[in-house]
Write a protein that binds this ligand. Structure first.
Ligand code: SF4
Ligand code: SF4
Length: 447
């Protein structure tokens, strides 16, 4: 056991970055931790988890113990504890190392090992395979098969987890209709690359389309290197660190010749991960500097638009909107004002603040699949707060949050839509354009 524990010591960050030594046990992180708020138990708080990690470091418990695994994987990696911590504890780095140690010391059952290998090493890194899978899913949904399967009761032949996953399936839209070049136009005022991600083009094609239109309306030449791949966040947060590093290297190589000043991301989880590449590869002799250069170019779409001075040719969008902070935008990237500034700049849009907007919705990557009970409890609180705003639309900038909140709204029959902030901006630009085409001279002068 000491050997296994020693492994975790070796992989935890060292010197000034030794986070558990920075923890002064003040407990300020407890009131912001969703799992502690739900369960009230110290071991499900950031401080309690740090105690457990320390116990592994000191060889008092094994990283393969059931207790350690349970409390480490019940954490959402929402990073709210990092924002609250006065000591600068880098909790997510510790959690990634802890999960990696668990994966290295605990052998999964044969079927689980095969499934994990297929998902993490075959499917997620292959955009082509993902695309085929999602098109098959669209066929299943749109040709009556889904209705038939659900009505026939045959889903009860499958394990509960499979039934839960089937119930969570969002409707797969058509593929995005843009065609982007490999490199940005050198003559353009702004040159950007779009990071497309693995799930976004399949489930949120309309968000990518809106992103491209909004960028082009802001004098940005947009390209998208075809060899890019999954960001690796799901891998890193599930203890598959070696694969996460491999994906990071592939992305760095894919974006190196794009001629763009910035790599734009519209998925907060991916953005936080891409900004972490510098840390992830800091000891890689070939990629350390390239990773740093890459991470410095990464910007969330809201961060980018807010920084360049938004094109104000925006038409009215008469909606009451509330905004929910994606954890990996707020706590992971420290971005709070930019998306709110963009929404406030839309004429006619009334932005109302959401209680506990800074608290996780329970999505957290694949957490709602791996920890469905805790995810549902956390989502329930979020939907209650959303209902109290009376908003017609909730805006949030991360695919997991969009899916999770949509599902919560559906299950409560709330009269509320869910949108990415960039979709609302896109709607405002389209409203301006159609008014230009149809408005009277008096109306145009007031626009
Ligand atoms: S990352 Fe989130 S869930 Fe995990 S310990 Fe920190 S606040 Fe709690
Ligand atoms: S807020 Fe920071 S220093 Fe205080 S207990 Fe939590 S992790 Fe430790």
């Amino acid at each position: 056991m000491k050997g296994e524990a020693g492994h975790l010591v070796a992989t935890l960050p060292t010197e000034h970055e030794t986070p558990n030594l920075d923890c002064i046990h003040c407990g300020l992180c407890l009131p912001v931790c969703p799992t502690y708020l739900q369960l009230g138990s110290e071991v499900d708080s950031p401080r309690g988890r740090i105690y457990l990690m320390k116990a592994v470091d000191e060889g008092r418990i094994s990283p393969s113990s059931v207790t350690f695994e349970k409390h480490m994987f019940l954490c959402l990696e929402c990073r709210a504890c990092e924002t609250a911590c006065p000591s600068g504890v880098k909790f997510s780095l510790m959690m990634n190392e802890a999960r990696s140690a668990i994966r290295e010391t605990r052998k999964p059952a044969a079927w689980e090992g095969l499934l994990r290998s297929f998902i993490f090493k075959t499917m997620l890194p292959s955009r082509r395979l993902l695309h085929v899978n999602f098109r098959l899913l669209r066929f299943y949904q749109r040709n009556g098969f889904q209705k038939l399967v659900r009505a026939s009761g045959m889903l009860h032949l499958f394990p509960r987890r499979v039934r839960e996953m089937e119930a969570l399936l969002p409707e797969v839209p058509a593929s995005p209709r843009y065609r982007l070049p490999e490199a940005a136009l050198s003559s353009a005022r702004h040159r950007v690359s779009l990071f497309e991600g693995c799930i976004m083009p399949e489930l949120f094609g309309p968000v990518h389309e809106a992103t491209v239109r909004v960028l082009e309306r802001n004098e940005s030449s947009v390209c998208s290197p075809s060899r890019q791949t999954c960001c690796g966040a799901l891998h890193l947060h599930d203890g598959e660190e070696a694969m996460a590093r491999e994906l990071a290297r592939r992305n760095i190589e894919a974006f190196e010749k794009d001629g763009a000043d910035f790599v734009i991301v519209n998925a907060a989880g991916c953005g936080a991960m891409l900004k972490e590449y510098a840390h992830l590869l800091e000891e890689d002799p070939v990629f350390a500097e390239r990773a740093l250069a890459f991470s410095r170019r990464v910007k969330d779409i809201s961060e980018y638009l807010d920084s360049i001075g938004l094109n104000q040719k925006l038409g009215r969008v008469d909606l009451k909107v509330t905004y929910d902070d994606p954890c990996h935008l707020l706590h992971g990237q420290g971005i709070k004002a930019a998306p709110r500034n963009l929404l406030k700049s839309i004429p006619g849009l009334e932005l109302v603040e959401l209680r506990d907007a800074d608290r996780c919705c329970g999505s957290a990557g694949i957490y709602n699949l791996t920890q469905p009970e805790m995810a549902a409890r956390i989502l329930d609180d979020k939907i209650g707060n959303l209902a109290r705003t009376g908003a017609q639309v909730v805006a949030t900038g991360n695919p997991g949050c969009l899916l999770q909140i949509s599902q919560g709204i559906r299950s409560r029959n709330l009269p509320m839509d869910v949108a990415h902030p960039v979709e609302l901006l896109d709607r405002a630009y389209q409203a301006y354009e159609s008014k230009q085409m149809t408005g009277t001279p008096e109306e145009l002068s007031t626009n």
